[in-house]
Design a protein around this ligand. Structure first.
Ligand code: SF4
Ligand code: SF4
Ligand code: FES
Length: 237
């Protein structure tokens, strides 16, 4: 049975959407751009980064657009002083949590976190840096994992599991101790499940995953790869 179509307002504009849409889907169709980081077309949504938070009339707390379904008569605001304040704070916390030194990062100039900071106008930090001591795993013959750049978006985990079907990645620990791991927290190079397909590297929004031997100018994540992911997921939604 075809999905029912409902109506809602986004930023004061009447829009229609399928009842199984998320607010992000509906906004996208209405050409309204909501900031996102953990969301990636073709992968399931997990609501990890909270950048896509929006205001919904009658609900005091903010809701993540990528994992909140639309409903009849809903009134959504995607852009306000309050939302900008929280989005900027989230980006500042991401920068403060690990060691994102852009000038020595292979993704400098091609990083979605860096681009988001520029888009939101984050030009200084209001929270102290934590400067954690974090390892770099260069044991894989082709790829490197640098925990210093990881924002725990779990795109790598989902791409490896949902598209490649290898499920090499997972997240270990909670809160500030959380980190991505390969297999049972063994070095990536020792992983028996990894097929070396490179999907995780290409979906990583930062310089946390990169290819060995690539210079800053070369380490552009392959965008043509992403529509392929979407295609693979068709009909699964
Ligand atoms: S290279 Fe492919 S199989 Fe290996 S961890 Fe990345 S996505 Fe998974
Ligand atoms: S390694 Fe990259 S894709 Fe994976 S969780 Fe960290 S930032 Fe996201
Ligand atoms: S894009 Fe919605 S929580 Fe990250």
């Amino acid at each position: 049975m075809p999905a029912k179509v409902i109506t809602l307002t986004i930023d004061g504009r009447d829009v229609s959407a399928r009842e199984d849409y998320t607010i992000l889907d509906a906004a996208k169709e209405a050409n309204v751009k909501i900031p996102t980081l953990c969301h990636l077309e073709g992968l399931c949504d997990v609501g990890a980064c909270r950048l896509c938070m929006v205001e919904v009339k009658g609900i005091p707390k903010l809701l993540p657009a990528c994992v909140t379904k639309v409903s009849e008569g809903m009134s959504v605001t995607t852009d306000s002083e309050r939302l900008l304040h929280y989005r900027m704070t989230i980006v500042e916390l991401m920068f403060s949590e690990r060691n994102h030194i852009c000038s020595v990062c292979v993704s400098n100039g091609h990083c979605e976190l860096q681009a988001m900071a520029m888009r939101l106008g984050v030009d200084h930090m209001r929270v102290p840096y934590r400067y954690p001591t974090l390892p770099v795993d260069a044991s894989h013959e082709r790829f490197v994992l640098d925990h210093n750049r990881c924002i725990l978006c779990t795109r790598c985990v989902r791409a490896c599991d949902e598209i490649e079907g290898a499920h090499t990645w997972d997240v270990m620990g909670r809160g500030i101790d959380a980190k991505v791991i390969t297999d049972m927290n063994e070095p990536w190079g020792k992983s028996e499940s990894c097929t070396s397909c490179g999907k995780c590297v290409n979906v990583c929004p930062t310089g946390a995953l990169f290819e060995k031997g690539r210079s800053v100018g070369e380490m552009v994540k392959r965008k043509a790869f992403l529509p392929y992911l979407t295609q693979m997921r068709e009909g699964k939604k």
